[in-house]
Ligand binder design. Structure first.
Ligand SMILES: NC(=O)c1ccc[n+]([C@@H]2O[C@H](COP(=O)([O-])OP(=O)(O)OC[C@H]3O[C@@H](n4cnc5c(N)ncnc54)[C@H](OP(=O)(O)O)[C@@H]3O)[C@@H](O)[C@H]2O)c1
Length: 218
């Protein structure tokens, strides 16, 4: 259980807060004065206090825990994704659970991160398109899971944004992010998780890309 808060700070719920982007996002949001609450699975190695935010532990099937994470939040960010060897197929059902829970709260804003190689995209370079096809052949269930995740978000009737980065790095922030729905991305495109986190906090606040599936790069 999380403690009740009397704080008037804006509240942000982060699913995948124990991941590398999730942690950066929690840090960036906290620096901007947001109060962060994060959801992690019971087996997550993350310790309370290791992330900038309060932790709710649970499974996505546990509706009460998912709602508890979202309750009173102005926005939800979904930063989940499979860990190596990328065989876990859970993103679509987890995202459906988040969306269903959001509909039981007043929170309408959802920012969901997938990847530049997910689903159709005429703006990918030819080598990256080839790589996306290799990935879909190598891990068909995982590729389909991520496409299904995007479909669930797009049909949610929420104020959604899908953020699609190319390769993520842990480099220091450059303070420069390009973003739009037809941004050219290739195998050399990257973005640092720190820049991405700052971009997502800004997007949560401005809603510049509501109901858009946007590509981002540094
Ligand atoms: N790595 C890249 O270069 C790259 C490129 C483009 C897009 N992306 C996408 O960007 C997002 C963030 O990537 P990242 O590399 O920063 O993430 P990450 O460090 O790999 O963290 C993944 C997060 O998902 C959670 N997770 C993994 N498997 C789970 C499961 N079976 N059930 C519940 N939660 C689970 C992890 O929780 P635990 O702590 O419990 O494991 C963690 O919070 C992901 O959607 C990823 O696919 C990554």
């Amino acid at each position: 259980m999380v403690e009740d808060s009397q704080s008037m700070a804006h509240k942000l719920a982060i699913f995948g807060i124990s991941g590398r982007t999730g942690r950066e996002l929690a840090k960036a949001a906290s620096l901007k004065g947001w109060e962060v609450r994060g959801f992690v699975r019971p087996t997550s190695k993350v310790q309370a206090g290791a992330v900038n935010g309060r932790i709710v532990r649970g499974n996505f099937e546990d509706v009460d825990r998912v709602i508890e994470t979202i309750a009173d939040s102005e926005a939800v960010c979904c930063m989940i994704g499979p860990r190596p060897p990328y065989t876990d197929v859970f993103c679509a059902t987890a995202t459906a659970a988040i969306i269903a829970a959001m509909k039981q709260t007043t929170c309408k804003r959802l920012v969901c991160q997938t990847g530049a190689m997910i689903g159709p995209a005429p703006n990918r370079s030819r080598p990256m398109e080839w790589m996306a096809r290799v990935f879909a052949k190598w891990q068909p269930q995982s590729a389909e899971d991520r496409e299904e995740q995007e479909r669930f978000v797009k049909s949610s009737l929420l104020e959604w944004t899908i953020v699609k980065p190319p390769r993520l790095t842990d480099a220091p922030p450059q303070g420069r992010v390009q973003a739009n729905s037809s941004l050219r991305v290739g195998l050399l495109s990257t973005i640092s998780r720190a820049d991405l986190a700052a971009f997502i906090v800004d997007e949560v606040q401005t809603g510049r890309f509501v109901r858009q599936r946007i590509f981002v790069k540094g």
